[in-house]
Design a protein. Structure first.
Lengths: 555, 345
């Protein structure tokens, strides 16, 4: 048993070192490279430039604010949908995860169409209030924060839902019978039990926000963050400076990763037994039974407005919608064009295959690490856990360039083989990009799972494989599916790393959309985006089915 | 569930192997290009008709990204032809030894300025900068006729500018302004002052061309400085954009083509370069993709109407490209740190 654990630890460590740490080292190496020597000149320049330090500070505070705001939206929403029964709950609950379905790039354009200066919502408010100028400008830190919260609260929502699904009714009843009020139960029982889920979501949100590029790039105006600084440095050919900025971004991310990981690890509360998940309470008072569903409906409508806008744009013929509040004409022209071209489907198949492969691999690695860290408590588990989140600290472009450089030569004995130009390098990039997602989910899942169940299975004579299959995996299903669906969606819409690594043959969906945007074919891009949303929604539904099937099999 | 998973895994593997390995019929010619899909599909179809056993595969991205890719794939080149992008990028790539010399059959028929050193690259199109406006809101006569007219108080808060750090076209236009100031006064102060006044006129720096067009047609701003082929392309799609060729002259960017060193299909790459510069290839680009041509021997009566118009009115501005190459970044850095956003209210 011990030896097998050691072997697994060694394999996982080696894998992570090769795929995760290696590219990071390449980046650090580039940041100190002078003319044939090692130099800290660029670091000195970085710390000597006030605007760089300001950008770093902006990145940090925007990310902290994003975490708080996302938690404020996502956690109550999860409680609402997990705890209360009201008409339309299932449909609304599924729709609440919609922001993750918004494809990159077209998503931003949809938001501009909606809330930009000449956007639909902006115009409507302006007309309703009789204003001469637009009521708001979608620019600066406020706009970035709004878009971040919109797209990232889903982490909190999904993770909290998964956490609540594992909560045992008996514990809550015990608390109630001991005289604890609802508030006391919440703060002393429910929230502590949810700690792993909340910490995991905070971590993901923080890292995603630190690495976020599109929102500050498009909406920032003069407001600068680290990722846009990196982009500008690269454009101006200052590679070394770009690398220094990347290292600093990663350093700050790690600085936050550490205490959060400790916080997550320190709360080892485990719900005993399997028990029953709490039943949903129907809303009793008349006010609540009408008010809550309508409020929830209104909130959800707000969340899906960008999707509806995208749908609307996909029906607008080229060149017809200019200054009108709503499009004057509609047609199916964009869809007809889309389906008439054989070219259309290759990117979809490519993205589906590459995203599924990446999800499978990332889930497997995450399960191995979760097992080693939580169950076996191997030496160096903090390091292992940190490595899992490390890819998030590197912006996608930098990661991709590091991969492209590392895997464009054939020197197998140094761990370098030619992967450039194949689908495998994209799969590898996707695995790295989604590893933090599946990793967090797996760790949170393992921490909420009672080890006594596994011990019981073992003492009843079940082998480790059987225990894994019959006890551990079914228990982990909600958490794993939450992580895996996020990972799959991320892979399906991945853009920043793909653009460096794709070839004609491995062209993914986001690149196809970009290609249409470059030709200012907004309608076609929107139609393609709608197609992507439908695909992702189908994947999510399958995931839900899987959870249900898993539950039934386990019962 | 236990049955389903392994099957899924196997299917996945088969699919991936197909994506990676499935050889498509014929030789594959890979092209890296910033020329947008419409332009590329046009050339793909024509070239495949002429060479039925060849499969043309293009990868479209920004010119900076093409350069980055060619550089990072140096040890193991993935593309055969680099089609399109400002000459400065080709010059840099040539200096880094990334290009393979080839003298196309049409080499003597193009402008002398379109012939790269040592036959490493050649220019096939000319891209003039123009003043662009929303033609529903502004009539052609009211629109600014020259660069300095853009600074008229009338346009305050109506100018949208594509982020010059991210755009080759804007880089060239700003460089022209700096160069003009240097010519007149011998000092960079004149150029910076002009850019400062432009900044005061500017409503917003837009970071992506698609968003720039969108904001222009929706009248969030009325004016911009941009390149001619893109304006004509958007106009052709039915959007209300029009342009003015600045009276005092305008910078014209030479758009290049080159064979990449270490290409897998050097023969095909050369054939493609020959085709792009051939009379047929040039006319295809002029008629269908709104390109000005570098060839000087094409009879005027076969050119499209718009090109004849443009050629008669276009006044190319002399520009010291070496100076732009050596000082451009420094000027942009200064602009970024001391001018951008300072003039805004």
């Amino acid at each position: 048993m011990l030896n097998r654990t050691r072997l697994l630890t060694a394999i996982v460590f080696a894998l992570l070192l090769w795929a995760v740490v290696y590219p990071n080292l390449v980046v650090i190496g580039e940041s100190v490279r002078g003319d044939g020597t090692v130099t800290v000149r660029h670091y000195a320049e970085f710390f000597g430039t006030p605007s760089e330090l300001r950008a770093l500070w902006s990145s940090a505070w925007i990310s902290v604010a994003t975490v708080l705001l996302s938690a404020l939206i996502g956690v109550p929403l999860a409680f609402l949908f997990a705890r209360y029964e009201f008409p339309g709950r299932r449909a609304l609950g599924a729709l609440a995860a919609m922001p993750v379905l918004l494809p990159p790039l077209v998503g931003v354009i949809a938001i501009l169409f909606l809330y930009g200066e000449s956007g639909i919502a902006t115009r409507l408010v302006q007309v309703a209030l009789g204003l001469n100028s637009p009521p708001w400008r979608l620019r600066g830190p406020g706009a970035i924060l709004a878009v971040h919260a919109y797209s990232m609260y889903v982490y909190f929502y999904l993770f909290t839902l998964a956490g609540l699904a594992r909560l045992d009714l008996a514990v809550l009843e015990a608390a109630a019978s001991l005289g604890a009020g609802r508030l006391r139960t919440l703060t002393r029982v429910t929230l502590p039990l949810l700690t792993p889920a909340l910490a995991g979501a905070s971590l993901l949100t923080f890292m995603t926000s630190m690495a976020s590029f599109s929102a500050p790039y498009v909406l920032g105006g003069g407001f600068r963050v680290m990722t846009t600084q990196i982009f500008n440095s690269k454009l101006q050919g200052e590679t070394a400076m770009a690398m220094v900025e990347t290292v600093m971004l990663a350093a700050v991310s790690l600085l936050v990763l550490w205490p959060l990981a400790r916080w997550e690890g320190s709360r080892q509360y485990v719900a005993p037994g399997k028990g029953m998940a709490p039943l949903r309470v129907p809303l009793r008072s008349r006010w609540a039974s009408v008010g809550v569903p309508s409020l929830a409906g209104l909130g959800v409508l707000l969340l899906v407005l960008p999707h509806l806008t995208l749908l609307l744009v996909s029906f607008v013929p080229d060149g017809t919608w200019t200054t009108q509040t709503l499009p004057p004409r509609y047609s199916l022209e964009n869809y007809v064009e889309l389906f008439a071209e054989a070219r259309t489907f290759r990117p979809i198949v490519n993205s589906l295959l590459m995203a599924s492969a990446a999800t499978f691999i990332a889930v497997a690695i995450a399960l191995a690490v979760g097992h080693l860290v939580v169950r076996r408590r191997v030496a160096g588990r903090r390091l292992l856990e940190g490595t899992l989140a490390l890819p998030w600290a590197l912006p996608g472009t930098v990661l991709a360039i590091a991969l492209a450089t590392t895997f464009s030569v054939d020197r197998p004995w140094t761990g370098r083989v030619v992967l450039v130009g194949t689908a495998w390098i994209l799969v590898m990039a996707y695995v790295l990009r989604v590893l933090p997602l599946t990793g967090r989910a797996a760790l949170a899942g393992f921490r909420q799972l009672d080890p006594s169940l596994e011990e019981a299975a073992a003492s009843l004579g079940a082998g480790p494989w059987r225990t894994l299959r019959r006890i551990t995996l079914p228990g982990l299903t909600p958490a794993i599916v939450a992580g895996a669906s996020l990972a799959f969606v991320t892979g399906l819409g991945e853009f920043v790393a793909s653009i460096v690594l794709y070839t004609h043959r491995t062209r993914p969906i986001a690149i196809e959309i970009l290609s249409q945007l470059r030709d200012f074919d907004l309608g076609a891009a929107a139609a393609y985006g709608v197609l992507l949303m439908v695909l992702v929604a189908a994947a999510f539904m399958l995931g839900q089915r899987w959870i249900q099937a898993g539950k039934q099999a386990a019962d | 569930m236990r049955m389903v998973k392994p099957v899924c895994g196997d299917l996945l593997l088969i699919g991936l192997v197909m994506v990676t390995g499935c050889a498509e019929p014929g030789a594959v010619l890979t092209i890296y290009s910033p020329h947008g899909r419409d332009h590329l599909v046009l050339f793909e179809d024509r070239f495949e008709t002429l060479h039925p056993d060849v499969n043309v595969q293009w990868v479209d991205m920004g010119s900076q990204e093409v350069f980055d890719r060619v550089r990072s794939e140096r040890a193991n080149p993935q593309a055969d032809v680099w089609f399109g992008g400002p000459e400065v990028f080709f010059a840099r790539a040539a200096a880094e030894g990334l290009l393979e010399p080839y003298r196309p059959v049409w080499a003597d028929s193009v402008l002398p300025a379109a012939r790269g050193p040592d036959d490493l690259y050649f220019g096939v199109y000319l891209t003039p900068a123009v003043i662009t406006f929303n033609s529903d809101a502004v009539s052609r006569d009211q629109a600014p006729q020259d660069w300095d007219d853009v600074l008229d108080p009338r346009w305050r808060g109506q100018v949208l500018i594509r982020d010059p750090l991210a755009s080759g076209t804007m880089h060239m236009i700003f460089g022209t302004i700096m160069y003009r100031g240097l010519q007149a006064t011998g000092d960079t102060a004149a150029g910076y002052e002009w850019l400062r006044r432009l900044d005061a006129q500017t409503k917003e720096y837009v970071l992506n061309p698609a968003i720039l067009y969108q904001k222009l047609v929706r009248r969030e701003g009325l004016l911009t400085l941009w390149d001619l082929p893109d304006v004509l392309h958007v106009q052709d799609r039915g959007f209300p954009l029009d342009y003015v060729l600045p009276k005092s002259g305008t910078p014209v960017l030479v758009d290049g083509i080159a064979v990449i060193k270490g290409a897998e299909q050097p023969e095909l790459a050369r054939a493609f370069v020959d085709y792009v510069g051939s009379v047929e290839g040039q006319l295809l680009a002029a008629r269908r993709a709104f390109r000005n041509l570098t060839r000087t021997d094409i009879p005027a009566d076969s050119l499209p109407e718009w090109l004849i118009q443009v050629t008669s009115k276009l006044k190319p501005m002399n520009l010291d490209w070496d100076l732009l190459e050596s000082h451009g970044r420094e000027w942009m850095r200064y602009w970024d740190a001391h001018i951008r956003g300072r003039g805004q209210r």
